[in-house]
Ligand binder design. Structure first.
Ligand code: 6GU
Length: 280
């Protein structure tokens, strides 16, 4: 997979040389190109921003440097044999970046990131490139960052670990929280390793039992508990059919009850009612 990043802070992308992504680069699974947007400015001050039309606070990134940069990056990529580029535009007003989107992006051969500073990029740039390539405007969460560079690191790490050959074990993704499949929409529960006793704290006995069925059931209950506590929204939107009898028993112990009559089988909506808050 080829990745291009165009930014006014190339040094912000240094972490792409480290750990899993850095390794994927050295083994040739990822071909990363970081570009300085100011290479496509032609004035004395290397200006990349200007005041917004219509007034208001902050500055807007200008069309000129972005257009020239993206034309150059696209031409260079095609010249070196890359194909089917997609533009990833990090912005707090984008679509939520999810594991599902990470999987979709990991199946593309070439991603071009355009992290912006200031109040974002002149809209005409995204409109122009959307006529040529798929454009994904993505947000990494409901908070506001000073720029899109950190989001590029987040998206790149989530995507890179899904590339064939990047993680050791082909099974590694199966139990990921948010991975499609059996544990869909449940968070992962706690994990333990040696020593068996640490500062007076032991580990759950069932994990030493060697009883695979009991261990799987315990892990599922822990996942249900953690999800109910930290992400009740995930329980609420889960189809009741994906909970087995023991799941429902566990949820009921946690104070959850099935939703209103007739909600069975609905593709979306609230299936489970969360317990009322309890004074501690
Ligand atoms: Cl992608 N960019 C910025 N600036 N803020 C964000 C974001 C992106 N995602 C969440 N907040």
């Amino acid at each position: 997979m080829r990745l291009d990043v165009v930014t006014i802070f190339p040094e912000y992308l240094e972490p792409l040389n480290v750990s899993l992504v850095g390794k994927a680069r050295t083994t040739g699974l990822l071909d990363v190109h970081v570009h300085d947007l100011r290479d496509w400015t032609y004035d004395r001050h290397n200006t990349v921003d200007d005041t917004p039309y219509g007034g208001g606070p902050g500055m807007v990134m200008k069309t000129g440097p972005w257009g020239d940069a993206l034309d150059t990056v696209l031409a260079d990529g095609y010249d070196t044999g890359a194909h089917a580029p997609a533009l990833i535009v990090p912005t707090p007003s984008g679509m939520p970046f999810t594991q599902e989107l990470a999987v979709e992006l990991s199946e593309r051969p070439w991603l071009i990131f355009t992290p912006a500073r200031y109040e974002g990029i002149d809209r005409r740039v995204t409109e122009e490139y959307a006529t040529r390539v798929p454009v994904y405007e993505v947000s990494i969460g409901d908070y506001v960052l000073a720029g899109g560079e950190a989001a590029v690191l987040v998206v790149t790490e989530a995507v890179a670990r899904l590339l064939p050959g990047v993680l050791g074990n082909a099974d590694s993704h199966r139990d990921d929280s948010f991975a499609p499949g059996d544990m869909a929409d449940l968070l992962e529960g706690p994990v333990y390793t040696k020593p068996p006793l640490w500062r007076g704290r032991d580990i759950p006995e069932v994990l030493l039992s060697g009883h695979h069925g009991k261990i799987a059931r315990w892990r599922r209950d822990e996942a249900l508990k953690r999800t109910a506590r930290n992400r009740p929204d995930l329980i609420e939107r889960t189809d009741p059919k994906s909970f087995d009898k023991k799941d429902r028993e566990t949820l009921s112990i946690l104070g959850w009850a099935p939703g209103p009559e007739g909600s069975e089988g609905r593709p979306s909506g609230r299936f489970w009612r969360r317990p009322p808050a309890v004074e501690e």
